[in-house]
Design a binder for this molecule. Structure first.
Ligand SMILES: *[C@@H]1O[C@H](CO)[C@@H](O)[C@H](O)[C@H]1NC(C)=O
Ligand SMILES: *[C@@H]1O[C@H](CO)[C@@H](O)[C@H](O)[C@H]1NC(C)=O
Ligand SMILES: *[C@@H]1O[C@H](CO)[C@@H](O)[C@H](O)[C@H]1NC(C)=O
Length: 979
């Protein structure tokens, strides 16, 4: 066939591959009985996090009464983990749930990105390479944690989970009768024993549909490990080997026919599916335990996203005219830090990005308030002669570093010089769902500024300001325009947003403005309700409560609210006491305005657009670009904060308020819902959710509540897809990322389209990259244009550094854009896979056998720890068990290796010790010692030293979800390709 046709078919093929999911179902299951990667991941994360909290509580002498089982929810774990966790305090599990969600979405992505990679699924007996994927991924996660790059750490971790979990479905580990995870899969220094040889037969034919007995008895007797071969295109497999099985797998039709996977209840070995899924949970927990031991409990809980508070994120212009603003940022952030330190409202992280001219950054990301303070103190206003500054570059850094759904505050008094980053920044806002609020000082004052350091006039035109307003609006934030002298009144918005459990009840933007009446529901879980209205000074409003009380904007203090005005912002503190139900706000303005109603409540929700993959059962993965105009869409919703909440309605509401699309709800358990919409509103829209909470006190009928997303979702008629099969990149290397741009009509690729698109590829680290500046869809190309972005990682980039690359494509008329987003983590090749080893030197002291006498005696344990001559060296030693004291000293071993001599002494009331030694690569070795108790005759004491590596195990499996018609499509495509 002609080359151009081949291209078309290859593209069709690639687009169809995502339907080839062959693992535990990634996110959902329609048989209702099979366990998905989503559920396995959520169970493991909740149980391990609860265990860590239990250990922390026990060590601190606090009670911990939570039962750790598969019924845990994020809210339950968070409540139990909160040291101040009384039932009266306001807790939000939104951050924790968001982190878990991100992990299972990246887990599910492995089925899309690496659909044909045997090693990522432990297919084709690729045990060594599968294990490498796990251990190098774990090493990258530990490095991300060391640099506090938790967002990337979670993403990598979710991918690793997938491969680990698949082992238990795709191998015969379960069939061998194993009941604990295969720990060697997370230990790069252990040999994988008992692998069936390449030429060893492993399976025999199934008996008809019955595959219960198809593994060869010899294999089972010798305890040899194998996994199924899988190939949707060819039936080739080595002689005598097992297949994965299922309709998708052509190898399973060749002798020995049938398969061994346990992906779902209906799979070849489906009766073992529940066992495989349980082992996958245990294995995921072991892997998490290994990471916990390497990074410590505190960093581990941060990685899991177990925080109730938000990050304090500030992006600030530091050019000459900004000294008042800097002083105000200092005042407000120090105030927040000082008043919230040690409380559960203490920010979970601090992010600061200065920008100036010609530079921006560096980004300061820290969990240490004092480090943040020191950096704020260092800010000073200087330079910046020519007016526009690199505002969006600074914002881009903050958006990629901040936890998802953060609130970011940008201070500037100048237009952005880097307006070309608009598409990139918008993509990052939509992807991270972070809210960006601009504090624009003196921007529209057409007058000379105070000219302290010879700074020339800095005037922001309406057009310049519109960029900030547009970005604010896209994110659900506000553009506050205020004089420098009134700034301190406007910054109360920062304080409000950093309070705990802030939720958006209602939000609307009208541009152009028109008089309109809005209603919102006040429920009894809401406290400290605040309404923000931005708009011209002529804007008037009237508020009417559920009981009919009203107050107009001419009263700054009245029965329903008291309010302050700073620049274009009015901030109303509502008095909602005994007035739950439907409230109304009537706005009278013909100029643009926005209304945002917030409060504090545990009840909230997160949403993610998901895209369906065709197939018999159909599954979904996270949608990381704008949904297609005129198409349909699905949203995964997780409601947090109450186990008694019922969702009654989820709507997409377009930003003009003229279109509302009702979704159909499918409950997935534990507060999760899949909502499908038969169409999406044109332009921008938000998600509005209504529900009923039956826990509301003193009510016989359930109480209604409403919540809304902040981020505006935009539709596009362009699609941008990438084929990046890498998540980790080495320093000094280059990575090529092919991408495809297409146009769509009603959600379907328009294969007769043509056109030219502007392409902008940007990364947040300013690493060198090359990309075409345009791509063109030519006639006969099937409506698609391809390009490649090449990114070069500097040789000195530290392992653990993350890079977010956005590829934005815009149509020729500049009226439509869409994007692809790729996260990469820099990880140098792992050279040290060996754990530090422990050699006991002596155990001395004899403890009395009577516990009553223990306090009067001491015992001592001495051991040598070394990472060997080629190791990266012992980095930290911590006591895992035992409450004695630890002293260390350095020595040199017989082979010249560095040795750390540990000397542990404890009271006889604490007779066991377990020490963790972590090397610089994050490998964890364990040292165990035990006191000797008096026997009748006291004997000299020598206990065998034991080195117990952290246990870990893995699970995996695959589900087959290809429909016959889909299979036919692929078969046709394949046979065409072979012509
Ligand atoms: C799921 O489990 C229930 C109860 O155990 C059973 O009645 C039902 O048939 C099962 N469904 C499938 C598809 O296996
Ligand atoms: C834990 O986090 C701190 C920052 O809070 C960091 O300095 C340290 O390196 C981290 N520890 C590990 C082992 O990653
Ligand atoms: C808002 O409601 C008031 C009172 O019900 C009504 O008089 C007014 O016309 C409404 N305004 C709009 C724009 O619908």
């Amino acid at each position: 066939m002609p080359a151009s046709q081949t291209v078309v078919f290859v593209v069709v093929l690639i687009f169809s591959l995502s339907g080839l999911v062959h693992s535990f179902q990634p996110l959902f299951t329609l048989d209702g009985n099979s366990t998905t990667h989503r559920v396995i991941t959520q169970r493991a994360v909740l149980r391990k996090t609860a265990e860590v909290c239990r250990d922390i509580a026990t060590a601190a002498g606090r009670d911990f009464s939570l039962t750790i089982d598969n019924s845990l929810t994020a809210s339950k774990v968070l409540r139990a983990c909160s040291s101040m966790g009384s039932s009266t305090s306001l807790l939000s599990s939104i951050n924790f749930q968001t982190s878990i969600t991100n992990m299972y979405f990246s887990n599910a992505k492995v089925d899309v990105i690496f659909v044909l990679s045997d090693a990522h699924h432990f297919d084709d007996e690729s045990f060594e390479r599968g294990r490498d994927i796990i251990t190098s991924g774990v090493s990258a996660v530990k490095k991300s944690v060391a640099l506090e790059n938790y967002v990337t750490g979670r993403w990598t971790l979710g991918c690793v989970f997938h491969t680990l979990q698949d082992f238990y479905s795709h191998s015969n580990w379960v069939e061998l009768g194993e009941t604990i995870p295969y720990s060697s899969l997370i230990k790069p220094d252990e040999r994988l024993e008992n692998l069936a040889g390449r030429s060893t037969p492993t399976c025999r034919n199934c008996t008809g549909e019955n595959c219960a007995d198809n593994l060869l008895p010899e294999l089972m007797q010798q305890g040899l490990l194998t996994s199924g071969y899988f190939n949707p295109f060819s039936s080739d497999k080595p002689a005598g080997k097992c297949s994965h099985g299922g309709t998708l797998d052509r190898t399973s039709r060749r002798e020995p026919v049938g398969g061994i996977n346990k992906d779902t209840i209906g799979s070849s070995h489906g009766s073992l599916h529940p066992k495989a899924a349980d082992l996958a949970v245990d294995a995921t927990m072991e892997l998490l335990e290994d990471i916990r031991q390497a990074v410590g409990d505190k960093n581990f809980t941060r990685l899991m996203g177990l925080s109730q508070s938000t990050a304090l994120c500030i992006v600030i212009d530091t050019t000459g005219s900004m000294s008042d603003d800097i002083a105000e940022v200092k005042r407000i952030s120090f105030d927040i830090i000082d008043r919230r330190r040690g409380t559960q409202e203490e920010p979970s992280a601090y992010i600061l990005v200065p920008f100036n001219d010609p530079g921006f950054g560096p980004l300061i990301l820290t969990t240490d308030a004092d480090v943040f303070k020191a950096n704020i103190n260092k800010l000073s206003a200087s330079g910046g002669g020519d007016i526009p500054e690199l505002c969006l570059s600074g914002l881009q850094l903050a958006l990629t570093a901040a936890p998802h759904s953060s609130e970011i505050f940008v201070f500037t008094d100048a237009p952005a010089k880097d307006a070309h980053l608009r598409g990139t920044v918008t993509a990052l806002i939509e992807n991270s769902k972070s809210v960006v609020t601009f504090l624009l000082t003196d921007v529209l004052a057409r007058r000379r500024r105070r000219d302290l350091q010879g700074v020339s006039t800095r005037v922001v035109s309406q057009l310049d300001a519109q960029l900030y307003r547009d970005l604010a609006r896209a994110s659900g934030g506000q553009a506050i325009e205020v004089s420098k002298s009134d700034l301190s009144q406007a910054t109360s918005i920062i304080e409000d947003s950093s309070a705990s459990a802030v939720v958006t009840v209602f939000q609307v933007v009208r541009n152009p403005g028109k008089p309109e009446n809005f209603t919102f529901t006040v429920d009894s879980s809401l406290r400290n309700m605040t309404v923000y209205i931005t708009g011209a000074s002529s804007l008037a409003f009237t508020l009417i409560s559920s009981t009919g009380v009203s107050q107009s904007s001419s009263q700054s203090s009245g029965p329903l609210a008291s309010f302050t005005t700073a620049g274009n912002l009015r901030r109303l503190r509502l008095n909602t006491e005994n007035q739950t139900g439907s409230w109304e706000i009537m706005v009278d303005s013909n100029n643009p305005y926005s209304v945002k109603v917030t409060g504090q409540s545990s009840v909230n929700f997160i949403f993610n657009l998901v895209e369906a993959h065709e197939g018999a059962h159909g599954d979904f993965s996270l949608m990381e670009q704008r949904p297609q105009s005129g198409g349909n869409t699905s949203v995964l919703i997780s409601v947090t904060g109450s186990d008694t909440v019922k969702v009654t309605e989820v709507k997409l509401v377009d930003s003009s308020g003229s279109t509302e699309v009702n979704g159909s709800l499918q409950a997935l358990g534990s507060g999760n819902f899949l909502v499908t919409f038969s169409k999406v509103p044109a332009g921008d829209f938000v998600v509005r959710l209504r529900g009923e909470d039956s826990s509301a006190t003193s009510r016989s009928t359930p109480e209604s509540f409403q919540r809304q997303t902040s981020t505006q979702i935009k539709t596009s008629s362009i699609s941008v897809t990438t084929e990046s099969n890498n998540t980790n990149v080495e320093p000094g290397s280059s990575i090529s990322i092919p991408f495809t741009v297409a146009t769509t009509t009603n959600g379907v690729v328009n294969d007769s389209a043509s056109g030219t698109f502007t392409v902008r590829a940007n990364n947040d680290r300013s690493f060198t990259s090359t990309s075409p500046s345009t791509v063109s869809i030519t006639e006969g190309s099937g409506g698609k244009a391809n390009g490649t972005v090449t990114l070069t990682i500097p040789g000195d980039a530290a392992s653990g550094t993350d890079v977010t690359l956005t590829i934005v494509a815009e149509n020729a008329a500049a009226t439509d854009t869409n994007y692809a987003l790729i996260r990469l983590s820099v990880a140098a090749k792992v050279t040290d896979v060996n754990r530090p080893v422990c050699q006991e030197v002596s155990t001395s002291g004899i403890c009395p056998s009577s516990a009553a006498l223990c306090a009067t005696s001491q015992w001592e344990f001495i051991a040598n720890l070394t990472d060997g001559i080629n190791g990266t060296g012992v980095d930290s030693i911590t006591i895992r068990k035992g409450n004695g004291t630890l002293n260390t000293s350095s020595a040199t071993g017989a082979g010249g290796e560095n040795v750390t001599v540990v000397n542990y002494s404890a009271s006889c009331c604490s007779q066991n010790v377990e020490l963790n030694a972590v090397d610089r690569e994050g490998n964890v070795g364990t040292c165990v010692g035990q006191a000797r108790a008096t026997a009748i005759t006291a004997a000299p004491v020598t206990t065998a030293a034991s080195v117990t590596p952290a246990a870990v195990s893995t699970t995996s499996s695959r589900g087959h979800t290809l429909s016959t018609s889909h299979c036919l499509l692929i078969c046709v495509v394949v046979s065409l390709l072979w012509k």
